[in-house]
Design a protein around this ligand. Structure first.
Ligand SMILES: Cc1cc2nc3c(=O)[nH]c(=O)nc-3n(C[C@H](O)[C@H](O)[C@H](O)COP(=O)(O)O)c2cc1C
Length: 183
């Protein structure tokens, strides 16, 4: 039996979605961190990655201006920091300082990586398209890096890395090796 859902929260049916931290810089080079669940690979050649950001976010303005951003894939152990970065604005809060996350230089951009993340995509902004109440930022992936032990033959080691996933509201989850099939 199916029950009628709430169309206002249609996107809850797409959850759990992997939750990432995106780093971006202000014009003075100060770094902000925003938590995002709405993001996706778009193209392999050229390598393009998309993130959906509301124009209400401080990060929206920063990325429009700096034209670059870093995607940081993070483990479940960073749920508290991710929730903090997703509930406070960089306009008034120094999120790197308050969360204690460690910023390290990226390879090609001014925006840094978050060292506690396990994989990173450095993106330069190709364009952004406003769709409804969010804007879809399309970035070209110009450099990638990951923890040495996070991947084997480009596959995530789910016995070792437990990515952070978001279920909605203030609820987070993860996956582990318990359910894994190889065909
Ligand atoms: C788990 C989680 C996922 C989120 N996903 C998105 C998202 O995909 N797009 C978005 O615009 N805001 C998203 N948010 C909200 C922003 O992270 C939040 O408004 C943040 O405080 C904005 O920071 P800023 O003003 O420093 O840019 C999410 C929040 C949480 C907690």
């Amino acid at each position: 039996m199916k029950v009628k859902g709430n169309i206002e929260k249609y996107y809850h049916y797409a959850f759990p979605m992997q939750t990432i931290l995106v780093t971006c810089n202000d014009p003075a080079g100060k770094t902000n961190i925003i938590t995002l669940a709405w993001h996706t690979p778009i193209s392999s050649h050229p390598p393009l990655y998309g993130i959906s950001i509301s124009p209400k976010r401080y990060s929206y303005k920063l990325i429009k201006k700096s034209k670059e951003f870093v995607i940081n894939f993070i483990p479940y152990s960073l749920a508290k920091a991710a929730d903090f970065c997703g509930t406070h604005t960089g306009k008034t809060t120094d999120k790197p300082c308050k969360t204690g996350l460690t910023l390290v230089s990226s390879r090609k951009l001014s925006a840094p990586l978050i060292n506690e993340g396990y994989a990173h995509l450095e993106c330069t902004l190709v364009k952004n398209v406003t769709l409804g109440d969010h804007s879809f930022f399309i970035g070209e992936v110009v450099a990638v890096s990951a923890d040495k032990n996070a991947f084997t033959d480009e596959l995530l080691r789910t016995d070792h890395i437990h990515p952070l996933y978001y279920i909605g509201e203030n609820v987070y989850t993860t996956l582990d090796r318990a359910k894994r099939k190889t065909f």
